[in-house]
Design a protein. Structure first.
Length: 312
């Protein structure tokens, strides 16, 4: 009877699996994210096939190049790490939705999400054309959805225009509309080697104290042509997920359970302090209950496997 009257569901097709892709030859563990690996571009297709067989319908790729430079030029290279991974996955499992993270921070030696100005902070307008270039290169490789994560004003409009001009009218934009300047990204920065040498990201990422501003960020993205919106992190911003669900009822809403949220649960479970499966399910259900259609989570593969085995 509980199942009959249940209001919120969780299934593998609600999950988006993040994958860190490298130009290396061996898989590498990420110390602060037990169970997560950096995967060579040549090996990533096998992971994608395995996820698809478990019912996961989408992945989001984060490329980690061998060489980083001040301009982040690896980000839009035709044979760049992300572009290679997209091609490999699309060749192996064309039905799997491939989303790519569109940002400069994984490709710049300074780790910032944009072209730097004299004061060492990213320049919004100078960064926009580069984002357009990255998105087009991902679309040419076969990406279905591009996800700009750098919180630059005007990024969605610029990317839409660039994609359309190159003939990619069917490639969708999932905007990291509401991305907070969060301490919960720490483990990701280990994984992607994007820690900043100097400065911080508070010039463009959102102040955790602000909710009304989040609505404004999302409204701007919608007006520029965003196809889907994202809130990130998820668990400590469920009020924002809930408010955005109501404000843009027609748009799919994605929430990102980020690296720090994953690390917290993993660490407590490893100590025997929390029941991993039960707490993971509870967090994911709460994110869905708040209004997210889909959830980006490092638990995607595990949860899909657990569900496949008849859990809970
Ligand atoms: C930036 C980006 C970040 C994450 C996803 N895209 C990091 C940042 O803003 O520093 C974080 C994801 C996570 O913590 O899991 N391209």
């Amino acid at each position: 009877m509980r199942q009959l009257v249940r209001e919120t569901t969780l299934a593998a097709e609600h999950l988006i699996a993040p994958i860190f892709v490298t130009e290396g030859t061996a898989r590498e563990a990420v110390a602060s994210m037990p169970g997560v690996e950096r995967v060579p571009a040549d090996a990533v297709a096998a992971d994608a096939v395995a996820l698809y067989r478990l019912g996961v319908r989408a992945v989001i790729l984060f490329g980690i190049p061998n060489v980083k430079d001040a301009e982040g030029s690896g980000s839009f290279a035709d044979d760049g790490v992300t572009q290679r991974a997209v091609r490999a996955i699309k060749a192996a499992v064309p039905e799997l939705v491939v989303i790519t993270d569109v940002c400069l921070c994984e490709y710049t030696d300074h780790g910032h999400c944009g072209v730097l100005g004299a004061d060492g902070a990213p320049l919004n307008d100078a960064t926009l054309p580069v984002l357009g270039r990255i998105a087009v290169s991902h679309a040419r490789a076969g990406a279905d959805i591009v996800a700009p994560s750098g919180m630059m004003d005007g990024m969605v409009g610029t990317i839409r225009a660039a994609l359309d001009a190159d003939g990619h009218t069917d490639v969708a934009i999932l905007s990291y509309s509401v991305k907070y300047a969060s301490a919960f990204y720490g483990p990701f920065r280990d994984a992607a080697a994007t820690s900043l040498r100097t400065g911080d990201r508070r010039t463009h990422q959102m102040d955790p104290a602000n909710a009304r501003e989040a609505m404004r960020e999302a409204d701007l993205d919608v007006s520029e042509g965003a196809d889907m919106l994202m809130v990130k992190p998820a668990l400590v911003y469920l009020d924002i997920v809930h408010a955005l669900r109501a404000r843009h009822p027609a748009l799919p809403l994605v929430a990102y359970q980020v690296s720090g949220e994953y690390a917290m649960l993993k660490a407590a479970a490893a100590n025997g302090w929390l029941d991993e499966r039960a707490t993971v399910l509870e967090t994911l259900l709460s994110i869905r209950r708040a209004g997210a259609d889909a959830i980006i989570t490092y638990f995607a593969g595990d949860v899909a496997r657990w569900l496949h085995d008849g859990w809970p």
